[in-house]
Structures are given as structure tokens and as C-alpha cells.
Write a protein that binds this ligand. Structure first.
Ligand code: TYC
Length: 104
């Protein structure tokens, strides 16, 4: 009997077994640029990524200072949709704001 086997008939899954039940997650990364306004980035983080004003401001300033920042972790199709939403609303307002995906 392995160390991971339950003792009294109950079913216990190891962390690696649990991972098999879940979809892989993707980080949505926001990239800095010199033209998009800080206010617009905060609005995007609030509306597309459901961040509070405080969280959104924190993420925006992190991107502004380091060049890149994490907006959230999502299954692939949701992450991809959010990237498309950011590009679409930024283009609408004439901002070059860019967003990318990265496997967790
Ligand atoms: N660097 C921009 C400015 O000074 C602000 C900014 C922050 C732009 C985050 C993009 O993802 C970004 N207006």
C-alpha cells in the first residue's frame, strides 16, 4: 500500500490527480506602452478583469513600472476572449494597449 492510499475506504486524491480534473490555466499579461492613459488601463482592468479600483490601480502601476503585469489566470477560451476584448476596446479608443497569454 502506497503512502497516498486511504486507510478506511475513503477516497483521497493526490494533488497531481486533482490537477487532471481541472483545465490548464493561462496568465493574461498586460504590456506597458507610452501612449495608453493610466485611467484607460484602470477602466479596462475593472471592466474586463473585474478588479476593484484599488486592485486595478495597483496592477496598472506595476505594469507601468516593470513593463508587464498579470491581470488574472483563466482557462484558455476565457483568457483568449479577454485578450480580444482588451484589443478591441483599446483599438476603438485609438490606444496601442497590448495583452498576451502565457500557460501557467
Ligand atoms: N505607461 C502609460 C503612461 O505613462 C500607462 C500604462 C500603464 C500603459 C499600463 C499601458 O499596460 C499599461 N501613460
Amino acid at each position: 500500500m502506497s503512502a497516498h492510499e486511504p486507510q478506511h475506504g475513503e477516497s483521497v486524491k493526490s494533488e497531481s490527480d486533482l490537477r487532471l480534473d481541472e483545465p490548464p490555466l493561462y496568465r493574461v499579461l498586460l504590456l506597458n506602452d507610452d501612449y495608453t492613459t493610466m485611467d484607460f488601463v484602470v477602466e479596462v482592468l475593472k471592466h474586463v478583469f473585474r478588479k476593484s479600483e484599488e486592485q486595478a490601480t495597483h496592477i496598472m502601476l506595476n505594469v507601468h513600472h516593470t513593463g508587464v503585469g498579470v491581470c488574472g489566470l483563466y482557462p484558455f477560451e476565457i483568457a483568449e476572449t479577454k485578450v480580444d476584448m482588451v484589443h478591441s476596446i483599446a483599438r476603438e479608443k485609438g490606444f496601442p494597449l497590448k495583452c498576451t497569454l502565457e500557460r501557467e
